[in-house]
Write a protein that binds this ligand. Structure first.
Ligand code: NAD
Ligand code: ZN
Ligand code: ZN
Length: 400
């Protein structure tokens, strides 16, 4: 079958690989109908992770079950399914506690497992015609409808970016009436802003520098902030002091809370330096969040930070070690949550919001392309070219 194979930095190719087969009685084989390219894939693509050449990429996978192992009881051939990017056994200590992002059993090489990803075990990804899904009863979320119907692009986002954006709002303690700042207007940032609005936030600011992405943020009712036009933290302070819906209702002293209550990092360690956007500044977003989040507020960090970054500019950063103003966290009494999203905790409920017509996360999808277009799509998405906000590959579509 065909699959997207990592060859080395800035080089992926669509190649023939062996068909997956049922290896364990708990496996299923899924024929892929949609599979996303993620900002997380770009960290690997750019050679900024320890991923091995030969790895098949793809952790945002959905399709139709073609075969199941003898121990699979609840998922059947023909079922339409989407899989969390985390592979989880469902029965270990952490899975039972709801932390499927830290499954202790799936990955023989460490804590937490995933499809086609650096440091997440020996599992092939789903940017391919077919995928082996371990612990299929647990990992397959069953879907209504038929392949390529009007839900297809909403459902594929249940594998990662919609739950991850939602998780960021849980970590940042977003509640009705809250003010929220989201850094990053990529798929994760946009869906974090969307989730904040679903959860009833009063004000949602979204910071980025890509006009098309900021327009999408504005399109869902968020307030766009372009970091190339001035310090985004000062901009948010100014917008809040003047244009916030509650600006006129403040009591004396509230000027000491000029920022927001909830902050979200949807950028990660490859953050651009705001004063020099051609350069990276891995701590840029964390530093901004520590300024923009008010005392007693909360921060959700879902942007990725890698413990091994071969492309980092300093020895410390190569090991994921950064200098941040930690005393500010204490002084302000901030809560910080971080890490991979436990997708399983949210995917079923978010699916039902989609089915009920209350959520349509596919507003972020900009490109639907055949698998054969993957090499070019990676290049375009990596350059954040206009029109490449979220690419979904469709292995059943033939190239034109
Ligand atoms: P993306 O690369 O498309 O989006 C990142 C955005 O951040 C870009 O639009 C970029 O212009 C913007 N940006 C860069 N520097 C910035 C700065 N200083 N301030 C504000 N914006 C800035 O990626 P994505 O798919 O949206 O993913 C975002 C991050 O989330 C990545 O690090 C990805 O690996 C991570 N992620 C984490 C999880 C998880 O489970 N925690 C899941 C999926 C993705
Ligand atoms: Zn992803
Ligand atoms: Zn487990």
């Amino acid at each position: 079958m065909k699959a997207v194979v990592y060859k080395g930095a800035n080089d992926v190719r669509v190649e023939e690989v062996d068909e997956p087969r049922v290896e364990q009685p708990t496996d299923a084989i899924v024929r892929i109908t949609s599979t996303g390219i993620c900002g997380s894939d770009l960290h690997m693509y750019e050679g900024r992770t320890p991923v091995q050449p030969g790895t098949v990429f793809g952790h945002e996978n959905m399709g139709v079950v073609e075969a199941v192992g003898s121990a699979v009881r609840q998922i059947r051939e023909g079922d339409r399914v989407v899989m969390p990017f985390n592979i989880a056994c469902g029965t270990c200590l952490n899975c039972e506690r709801g932390f499927t992002n830290a499954c202790l059993f799936s990955n023989p090489e460490g804590v937490s497992a995933g499809y086609g990803y650096a440091q997440m075990g020996p599992f092939r990804g789903g940017q391919a015609e077919r995928l082996r899904v371990p612990f299929a009863d647990f990992n397959c979320l069953k879907l209504p409808g038929a392949p390529h119907d009007h839900y297809e692009d909403d459902f594929v986002l249940l594998s990662d970016v919609f739950p991850t954006g939602y998780h960021a709002t849980v970590l940042a303690d977003v509640q009705p009436g809250m003010s929220v700042a989201v850094f990053g207007a990529g798929p994760v940032g946009l869906l974090a802003a969307y989730s904040a609005i679903l959860r009833g936030a009063a004000e949602v600011y979204v910071v980025d520098a890509i006009p098309e992405r900021l327009d999408r943020a504005e399109g869902i009712g968020a307030i766009p902030v372009d970091f190339t036009k001035g310090d985004p933290v000062e901009t948010i302070f100014e917008l809040r002091s003047a244009a916030s819906p509650v600006a006129d209702a403040r009591r004396p002293g509230e000027e000491k809370m000029p920022g927001v209550m909830c902050g979200i990092d949807a950028v990660g360690y490859q953050a651009k330096d705001e004063s020099s956007p051609d350069h990276e500044r891995p701590t840029q977003v964390i530093e901004d969040l520590l300024r923009v989040v008010n005392p007693t507020g909360a921060i959700g960090v879902v942007g990725v930070y890698m413990t091994e970054d071969p492309g980092a500019s300093s020895e410390a950063a190569k090991k994921g070690s950064y200098t941040i103003p930690w005393a500010k966290v204490f002084e302000r009494g901030l809560r910080i949550g971080s890490g991979q999203c436990p997708v399983k905790r949210y995917d079923r409920m978010l699916r039902d919001l989609v089915i009920a017509g209350r959520a349509k996360p596919s507003f972020i999808v900009s490109q639907r392309l055949p698998l054969d277009a993957a090499r070019d799509a990676y290049d375009q998405f990596d350059h954040r070219r206009p029109g490449f906000t979220k690419v979904i590959l469709k292995p059943e579509t033939k190239a034109a």
